[in-house]
Design a protein around this ligand. Structure first.
Ligand code: 13P
Length: 248
């Protein structure tokens, strides 16, 4: 039995509207969800308040990004204070789309992690290599470096979930094999042991993201160091329930 509580996040990305998300929420609220799993839905900023008001209290809500300070002249940004004000308790930071489409640097992501944690939000911190990096054999180097920028900004690891999302598996239908994911997860746990502490390595949830589906979730969940998922496309479908219940 893993000492870590299974954690499944849905990342809705820039999808949905009140009608479709409302229907999805109705499905989630009425589904039988395993109580041994933490469930978090990452809503678009415009629907954070809506999602928090409609979702059952047992399902947490996450923002998909935030800025590194509390308020000010930063057009288009939102702060952890605002996220908390609408009742959401988590934020996804360092997602590959933020890194590669919006060119967020490791340094900025680290600053965001520090600020979000100081404001009391839970942080789903994402890392992952691109296909050319995997093919060049530098997956470890890439994810360790990304993790270091995150770790340098964390004091309390109990509020952090590390999401390993290989970029080549995101939105491609090409899920990492359970062995490929497990291999990176155990290396990340070793990295935490060496660079943070044994206790943090054992207690921190390391979740996998990248084309997780109802069909692939069970075998992935059976791997010792896979403590849950961050789900994109399939989190917008009733299939998300199956993924939430993958472990039990
Ligand atoms: P997909 O599940 O659509 O591949 O997206 C994964 C992801 O980016 C979750 O954050």
């Amino acid at each position: 039995m893993s000492p870590r509580k299974f954690f499944v996040g849905g990342n809705w990305k820039m999808n949905g509207n009140k009608k479709s998300l409302g229907e999805l929420i109705t499905t989630l609220n009425s589904a039988k969800l395993n109580a041994e799993t933490d469930v978090v839905c990452g809503a678009p900023t415009a629907y954070l308040d809506f999602a928090r008001q409609k979702l059952d209290a047992k399902i947490a809500v996450a923002a998909q990004n935030c800025y590194k300070v509390a308020s000010g002249a930063f057009t288009g940004e939102i702060s952890p204070a605002m996220i908390k004000d609408v009742g959401a308790t988590w934020v996804i930071l360092g997602h590959s789309e933020r890194r590669h489409v919006f060119l967020e640097t490791d340094e900025l992501i680290g600053q965001k992690v520090a600020h979000a944690l100081s404001e009391g939000l839970g942080v789903i911190a994402c890392i992952g290599e691109k296909l050319d990096q995997r093919e060049a054999g530098i997956t470890e180097k890439v994810v360790f470096e990304q993790t270091k920028f995150i770790a340098d900004n964390v004091k309390d690891w109990s509020k952090v979930v590390l999401a390993y999302e290989p970029v080549w598996a995101i939105g491609t239908g090409k899920t990492a094999t359970p062995q490929q994911a497990q291999e990176v997860h155990i290396k990340l746990r070793d990295w935490l042991k060496t660079n943070v502490s044994e206790q943090v390595a054992q207690s921190t949830r390391i979740i996998y993201g990248g084309s997780v589906t109802g069909g692939t979730c069970k075998e992935l969940a059976s791997q010792h160091d896979i403590d849950g998922f961050l789900v994109g496309g399939a989190s917008l479908k009733p299939e998300f329930v199956e993924i939430i219940n993958a472990k039990h």
